[in-house]
Design a protein around this ligand. Structure first.
Ligand code: AMP
Length: 121
């Protein structure tokens, strides 16, 4: 399936939809999740059009990988997540529960988050 230019994160990147920006560099943008699932819930996205983590790691340039990693570290620092820890998640595809088809990493924290995953039938 090809990249959907109409997905909500593509629209945020084009400036068509606002976001609560945390950090930006040449390769990545970080903003607060609109429907936070923890006291701190940030999203970090590459500016380039990758649908999921697999496509990103398979195709990203060294500059894109570096810029994305730097964005994650900056968000961890800016939101004060390092001292008590946090959870970093990426969902891929149907079974992963991915809703937005533009690669993104969730950073969650601000309270103890409990066990990692509960899989229900
Ligand atoms: P995922 O299920 O991994 O694809 O996560 C998509 C995330 O995007 C969810 O946590 C949503 O709450 C979040 N989200 C959807 N629309 C927006 C938006 N306009 N601004 C910020 N976060 C959003």
């Amino acid at each position: 399936m090809s990249y959907d230019e109409g997905n909500i994160f593509a629209r945020i990147l084009r400036g068509e939809v606002p976001c609560k920006k945390i950090f930006e560099n040449k390769e990545a943008l970080a903003f607060h999740d609109a429907y936070p699932q923890a006291p701190v819930h940030a999203l970090v996205i590459p500016k380039a059009a990758y649908q999921n983590v697999y496509e990103f790691y398979q195709n990203a340039t060294p500059e894109q990988l570096k810029g994305f990693s730097e964005a994650i570290v900056n968000v961890i620092d800016l939101l004060g997540l390092k001292e008590y820890g946090y959870r970093m998640i990426t969902n891929h595809g149907l079974y992963g529960g991915q809703e937005v088809p533009h690669f993104h990493v969730h950073l969650l924290g601000g309270k103890p988050l409990g066990r990692m995953v509960t899989v229900r039938d």
